[in-house]
Design a protein around this ligand. Sequence first.
Ligand SMILES: [Zn+2]
Ligand SMILES: [Zn+2]
Ligand SMILES: [Zn+2]
Length: 337
Amino acid sequence: MRWNPYIDLRVEISNAVRAKCKACDVEIQKGTYRAEAIPIIGKRALFHVDCGIKRAPDHAARRLVDSKLPDKPVDWPEEGLAVAERYVPEGTPPAPRSYLRTPITGISYPQTDPRTQDCVFCGLVTPGEPGPGTGHAIKAFSLDGERRFHPQCIVRLAPGLCARVVQENSDRWPAEVKAFFRAVLPDTIEPTPRSPWADTGGVPKLEMAPSGRAACRYCDVKIKKGELRLAREKMYGMRRSPAYFHVGCYCKSDDYHPKMLEVVVLKADPEIPRHLIEAWGEVLPPDPPEDDDVPPLLERLLALFDSVPREEAEQEDPTSNLTENVVEFPRGFFSSE
Ligand SMILES: [Zn+2]
Ligand SMILES: [Zn+2]
Ligand SMILES: [Zn+2]
């Protein structure tokens, strides 16, 4: 089994003059199609289309499968699909469709960036016509990057985050935008809490809690001795001790992406017994309906767990056995503001 750290592979025309392919180190010519691979952690990478498809064939296989179905939208150009036909090995399992759907994890008001961009929601330029609903650009962050929205569009997509802007009432947001959010948000919308996960960085570690002393940063409840927890380096503060999370709490958070669980399972401590992963059936979110043609997440995670030789895992980094890709350590990747 071959694994890659990418949550998506996009194919688009290169507008960069001196971009090099990360696989073969040869320049990608401006004006030609290129592939952009977006990892769950770390920086995105540019490839020639065929080089990118070799790195993440599952995402190419997903486009090939869906291009043959009548009702599934495919976001690759014909040229990309033609290359995929040639380079995706037969029998490659397609990536789950839900991997392309990453939630908005934070919003901010761009203070110094005067660029106009198209709003991802309505397609019109932002900031648009002057006025509280359209005359401002809102920056939104997700695992796969940054986007721009009108206030009236972001309030529909991420009402809880907009309610948090109202609640926190920070000077970094213009009074006009805060007043607009306050006016249009129904009272029933709860502000989304700030995620403690966003203040951590690096590859999270799956481990059995050696004691029952540490509390989960999401729910403040102590993590029981022997229970599986996620440990992740804090990015701020003086002490370099990790922060700890219940796996179930991470799964309920806005930062959740199944690919992150793949990473931690691949790098799991060798002493972790399989039955503790099997027990995740109770904490994993239900499989999204669009993933109707892939095995359930728990099954996929157990297959990854089984693919790592447990005894050898101690000497060698298990992820490097499985893939030529490197899981890159992020610095600031998850910090949204
Ligand atoms: Zn290349
Ligand atoms: Zn819009
Ligand atoms: Zn918790």
